[in-house]
Write a protein that binds this ligand. Structure first.
Ligand code: TRP
Length: 370
């Protein structure tokens, strides 16, 4: 077992989600109202924990407005691990939520030493175009860059002023407790991220409104900090943030997907042939060493990467997924056959997606201004 390290700027080792849940003080996501079952990620418990989610459930139930807020750090290629968040944006948007998306170009500047120009290019070419191609709509959706919040002065001022109000209510020890070793650059990024999450509630934006921030567990420290600070501020008052937590999509070879290793992920701009080759060559299999042994003992779908990809993204039909699970476990379905099954799904998806990406180009200006 590798030592588990989970911080906003580093994820390492084997991740034990139950342990994280306890350590971070998250609540498990239990019974949810029927609408959530439409989304595979909720239905299959890939989104597995929350803080204060009841507010959002109530808003949906009472047909009241709420905001879904998220951010992206524009580095590397957009890959299937990023799809989980895009899926949630689209799901909440269909439910009537207003979507706020922060391009964390200032965070990338401080934490990754990447220029603002480079971040803008990557955010648009890789992330935003893919969001559009996956089905994000321009109505009820605000995408902004941290370094340039709004051309409306009142709005921009309110956002950067909030970062300063937050700083006023935070302590250095608190930063150290949440982030460990932290320098000035990362500190302002953490404060700006808290401003990202809280500013939709300012009068210049939506006014007091429930906000849900769906994140991977590694981002929880940011939420803890934002919640703690928000609690201390009397003016302006905030409704406490809601958040949900999803597990990571594992890399092709198991472990984490890494932007610097293209054989660890499938990018949404990979050609169908490339993706197929990667799956067949690199995907970690839960099958046995020989066909004979596999027929006798069966495979282990719970650690099999092709099965995990079908479960999280590529096989929305519960009955079909169940059958694949049983057949693989019993040894009826071979590893090579399971890989083939995934390869076909992925290559069909990529073919269609590449057409949608071309269309997304034309839609871009409805999402981001110059
Ligand atoms: N820190 C996030 C990341 O590394 C990006 C981010 C910036 C963010 N602001 C946010 C995420 C607000 C959620 C909410 O990807």
């Amino acid at each position: 077992m590798n030592k588990q390290i989970v911080t906003p700027w580093e994820v390492k080792g084997d991740i034990n989600y139950n342990k994280l849940l306890k350590e971070f003080g998250l609540s498990p996501l239990n019974e949810l109202p029927e609408v959530f079952n439409k989304e595979v990620l909720f239905r299959r418990k890939i989104i597995f924990a929350h803080r204060d989610f009841q507010k959002i459930i109530n808003s949906i139930h009472n047909k009241k407005k709420f905001v879904m807020m998220t951010g992206l750090m524009p580095t590397g290629k957009f890959h299937i691990g990023h799809m989980i968040l895009a899926q949630q944006m689209i799901f909440y948007q269909k439910l009537g939520a207003k979507i706020y998306i922060a391009v964390a170009d200032l965070e990338a500047f401080h934490a990754r030493n990447q220029s603002l120009e480079e971040s803008r290019k990557i955010a648009i070419e890789q992330y935003i175009k893919n969001y559009i191609a996956l089905g994000l709509k321009p109505e009820n959706c605000e995408i902004y860059f941290q370094s340039s919040r709004s051309s409306n002065g009142k709005k921009a001022n309110a956002y950067y002023r909030l970062q300063n109000i937050l700083a006023k209510h935070a302590t250095f020890n608190e930063f150290r407790a949440v982030y460990g070793d932290i320098g000035p650059g990362k500190m302002v990024s953490a404060l700006l991220q808290a401003a990202d999450m809280l500013h939709p509630q300012l009068p210049e934006f939506e006014n007091l409104i429930p906000v849900v921030v769906p994140v991977g567990v590694d981002q929880d420290p940011h939420l803890r900090l934002a919640r703690d600070i928000a609690n201390r501020i009397k003016k302006p008052a905030f409704i406490q943030l809601s958040s949900t937590y999803h597990s990571f999509v594992p890399g092709l070879k198991g472990g984490k997907m890494s932007a610097s290793d293209p054989t660890s992920y499938i990018a949404l701009t990979d050609t169908p042939e490339e993706a197929e080759r990667k799956i067949k060559k690199y995907a970690f299999s839960g099958g046995q060493k020989t066909v004979k042994e596999h027929r006798e003992k069966g495979g282990n779908p719970d650690i099999d990467i092709p099965f995990q990809y079908l479960k999280t993204i590529f096989e929305p039909d519960d009955k079909k997924l169940e059958k694949i699970y049983e057949d693989y476990k019993s040894g009826k379905l071979l590893s090579s056959e399971l890989k083939e099954l995934l390869a076909v799904k992925v290559s069909d998806f990529l073919k269609e997606h590449s057409l949608k990406l071309k269309n997304a180009e034309k839609e871009l200006k409805r999402f981001v201004s110059d």
